[in-house]
Design a protein. Sequence first.
Length: 167
Amino acid sequence: MKGVIALFCLLSLALSGCARQSHYADEMKQAPHDVGASSLGQQSAATVRHRLLQHYQVWQGVPYRLGGNDKQGIDCSSFTQQTFRQQFGIALPRTTQAQARVGERLEPALLSPGDLLFYRSLVKVRHVGIYLGQGEFLHASTSQGVIISRVDNPYWAGHFWQARRLR
């Protein structure tokens, strides 16, 4: 009986992982439709999210590599730098610390797709990602490569430092 329960749990986890990927694939098939405000000029929040998800499809699963800047391996600040250059024509500095000084600081309650999220432990800046909306952010994770994570995940929530909006 315990084996059946364990098998059921594993199957449920596997299928839920597939459903999550399918969710993004289904979302990508649809054109953006809302007209909410965005952090990137005149683009709607839905358009920014759509473009970020398109970028994710190209980079999904690329491994993390400190100092990396290509599909053989990429670090978090290079990933945000390349994402903004390729998707929005915006030049960002190369390092997380330098990126943490661009744009305007804002409260987490005001986040919109395209805002930068910064995380640190103690006083050292450690990580940067891009807010997607719907409580999610896109980043190059040291353990899983380029992924989408939840901002309310206990690890990320506990290490949140600041959010910044580019103009």
